[in-house]
Ligand binder design. Structure first.
Ligand code: BGC
Length: 766
């Protein structure tokens, strides 16, 4: 734990609001209501770039509003529908109100919608085009159901805390991969005319103490993520920057504190980083009940409170009258919200807000179909591509018309019932007793159906005229020795509201070893809502194949059977590092707990800096079980002909931009270097390869992902993969200059199959 002096030094990097609180100098009351002085001024949305027309319309709209009407835009109200939150209508001006709802993996809490693969599954697919398609179709479902704003996607957590309960909602433990996929997701959803609220901003890396808790009159504040300026830029802000660049109309501030100010009243992160440095034009909405300040929050850059407020309302008018808040701040809050509505063309082309969101689907309600037949291919393909094959001894997969397949494990079967709360917010047992297609909490969407693995395997047996035996209850089942293969299904559950209690569970591991002791072709499938370790059985000679199946959504079993039987070739790659043992993750394995002397104000010091996941394993020279970026295919790929070309863009440090656009200084996106390589499919079946490019930036981690290209390659064919390296990709954040800076010296360039299998190496100097 930090002493006060070193703790203050840690804060210095971000030069944030207040001095570090101690239990002696602050009470929970003063903490809640007064701790975030507006040191960073709130910039008005300027209507830059593509926002110009929307801002013109919004300004003229806002000019016609009364003060009360303006205030109504800034906080949710209770409507008789099933939306997660609502903004009331202003009927006299033709504004029908807003419905905002969860979540990033499909629409929650209603009927006739699809259950899409979760964020971690999209991360494991490493497929930008597919991520875009998934987002577009998902957005269209929200549109048909009258939901103006999708509460997602998630890029915070980034996965720093390995046991984090919500890591599965995000894409990857790497900012570049996460950023590339959130960019496509934001654009895809918004192309459908639905806004996104990228969440949870920022440093929301654990569920433990995410909210303040009061017991016996004593309040323990939310955990504070204490992040230095360099780390926040190079890791946690990075994917949010991509989301803003993509035009995200909203950002959701998080439950936690950042450097000891609550995220939703933190003027450095909201006014400073998001609205000034990144040029964000949309609005900041609280996570649900994450408002802990009144006027201080508005002045710090918060624009909308959900699902309701007790501290804003007419207090805002009083604050304006007595000079504690500028009237222009209220106008800016409303302008940002209304401009977003115009930006998405929701003024001309949108159903009645909340029309497909009945308050209770078990009562009489209007039927609004969210799904559409044209989504089927993208739904299945997205489910297929997030599976990662990590072991395939003797090429036991794909199965070749097996005479008898035996199926074991609770995770193979469909749930007993499918209702609108498939996985509750409550803390779950270590093993869920049915197949896991999504994690728990507000990201758990409600699918139209679920094809469980066992159902799909039986359908396949019907097609093939073969046999299936199963026992999905016993942890020590009998095995018919005539079995060609024994498929064992286990899972690793995680949910919003709590962190995981470990990365293995002994019941599931015992099941695997029991089956393996009786069956010499044991194939393990793990539906994992986060990192799952396999040291208890990975080297067992009878465990021949292993698939990390993640969270595929409703087509789960169908996708898996396509892979098992070779109709599809595995092309997923791990978006995180699987360690040989939990302790290899070091201090970030567990969430922090409140400890003395900061018991009332839990502190999480991100002292590891940018060294999480593979960056840390590389630095410490720890051999992982399966490295970041790893995954097998039914074919093999050979790499050759690395070519590194400087473009004509000057590599001199760039001047501050005259106008900050969405995403920040536009010159960050200048392409300085183009890299190409040849990849040959050297096997006998067609397949897709994820070619990965890593850069060793002088003075930075050994390697960082800075490009990837997923390509389909026919057997025997060779294709060229390309990577464009931007100024940001090649820079590090300078705390002194408060800018991204190119480095002097030799940059190492690596291209290959994973973060540890990089056959092509080269270098460049700028
Ligand atoms: C979650 C958010 C969600 C919100 C609305 C909160 O508890 O943290 O991710 O969007 O609820 O349901």
């Amino acid at each position: 734990m930090y002493g006060l002096a070193s703790f203050a030094a840690l804060l210095g990097g971000l030069s944030l609001c207040s001095a570090a609180p101690t239990e002696q100098n602050i009470t929970s009351d003063t903490y809640f209501y007064g701790d975030s002085p507006p040191v960073y001024p709130s910039p008005d949305g300027a209507g830059t770039g593509s926002w110009a027309a929307a801002y013109v319309k919004a300004k003229s709209f806002v000019a016609q509003l009364t003060d009360e009407e303006k205030i109504n835009f800034t906080a949710g109200y209770t409507a008789s529908n099933g939306c997660s939150g609502n903004i009331p209508a202003v009927s006299r001006l033709g504004f029908p109100g807003l419905c905002v709802s969860d979540a990033g993996n499909g629409l929650r809490g209603t009927d006739f919608v699809n259950g899409w693969p979760s964020g971690i599954h999209v991360g494991a697919s490493w497929n930008k085009t597919l991520a875009h398609q998934r987002a577009l179709y998902m957005g269209q479902e929200f549109h048909r159901k009258g939901v103006n704003l999708l509460l997602g996607p998630v890029v915070g957590p980034l996965g720093r805390v390995v046991e984090g309960g919500r890591n599965w909602e995000g894409f990857a433990n790497d900012p570049y991969l996460s950023g590339a996929l959130v960019y496509e997701t934001v654009q895809g959803v918004q192309e459908a005319g639905v806004g996104v609220s990228v969440k949870h901003y920022i440093g929301n890396e654990q569920e433990t103490n995410r909210n303040p808790e009061t017991e016996n009159g004593v309040t323990v504040a939310s955990v504070s993520s204490n992040i230095d300026d360099k780390t926040i830029h190079e890791l946690y802000l990075w994917p949010f920057q991509d989301a803003v660049l993509a035009g995200s109309v909203s950002v959701m501030c998080s439950y936690n504190r950042v450097n000891n100010s609550y995220s939703c009243q933190n003027s450095k992160t909201l006014n400073g980083l998001l609205k000034t440095e990144l040029g964000f034009q949309g609005y900041v909405v609280t996570d649900w009940d994450a408002q802990h300040a009144g006027i201080a929050g508005a002045n710090a850059g918060l624009d909308m409170v959900m699902p309701s407020t007790t501290t804003w309302g007419s207090n805002l008018t009083t604050a304006i009258a007595n000079g504690s808040m500028e009237a222009s701040r209220l106008d800016d809050m409303v302008t940002r919200i209304v401009a977003s509505w115009y930006q998405l063309n929701q003024d001309t082309d949108f159903p009645s807000p909340g029309i497909g969101m009945p308050v209770d689907v078990y009562s009489e309600h209007e039927i609004v179909i969210g799904t559409s037949a044209d989504e089927k291919d993208a739904l299945l393909q997205s489910a297929i591509e997030g599976h990662v094959l990590v072991k395939n001894q003797g090429s036991v997969l794909p199965l070749q018309s097996p005479r008898l397949v035996s199926v074991f494990g609770y995770d193979a079967k469909a749930p007993e019932s499918l209702d609108l709360a498939p996985v509750s917010l409550s803390v779950a047992p270590p093993t869920q007793n049915n197949t896991l297609w999504v994690g728990g909490g507000s990201g758990a969407n409600n699918p139209a159906y679920v094809i469980a693995p066992l159902d799909a395997i039986q359908q396949q047996a019907y097609e093939d005229n073969t046999a299936v035996l199963w026992d999905v209850t016993s942890f020590d089942p009998d095995v018919d020795p005539a079995s060609h293969a024994c498929l064992v299904f286990i899972n690793s559950y995680a949910s919003e509201g709590s962190d995981r209690t470990g990365l293995v569970d002994s019941d599931s591991d015992t099941l695997v070893t029991n089956v393996a002791s009786k069956c010499n072709n044991t194939i393990v499938v793990i539906h994992n809502a986060g990192i799952r370790l396999v040291y208890n059985w990975i080297d067992h000679e009878n465990v021949t194949a292993v698939i990390f199946a993640h969270l595929p959504g409703q087509d789960t079993g169908k996708a898996l059977v396509d892979l098992l039987y070779g109709r599809a070739n595995p092309s997923g790659r791990l978006p995180y590092t699987v360690a040989k043992q939990a302790s290899d993750y070091g201090a970030v394995l567990h969430p922090v707990q409140p400890v003395a002397p900061y018991g009332l104000f839990p502190q999480d010091n991100f002292t590891e800096g940018v060294y999480i996941d593979y960056r840390a394993f590389d630095k410490e020279d720890i051999t992982p079980q399966f490295e970041f970026g790893f995954g097998l295919s039914y074919t093999t790929f050979d790499y050759s002909s690395l070519n590194i070309q400087r473009t004509s863009v000057e590599a001199t440090q760039y001047p501050p931009a005259a106008v900050i656009q969405e995403g920040g200084n536009p010159r960050l996106w200048d392409v300085l270097v183009n890299v190409t390589a040849q990849v040959e499919n050297a096997g006998s079946v067609d397949g897709a390869e994820v070619a990965q490019l890593y850069v060793g930036i002088p003075n930075g981690p050994i390697r960082q992902l800075r490009g990837f290209d997923k390509v389909n390659i026919l057997a025997g064919e060779t294709v060229t993969v390309t990577f464009a390296l931007t100024r940001r990709d090649l820079s590090t954040w300078s705390v002194e200059a408060q800018e991204w800076e190119l480095q002097q010296g030799e940059y190492k360039v690596y291209v290959g199959r994973s973060s540890r299998d990089l056959p092509l190496t080269g270098s460049l100097t700028l």
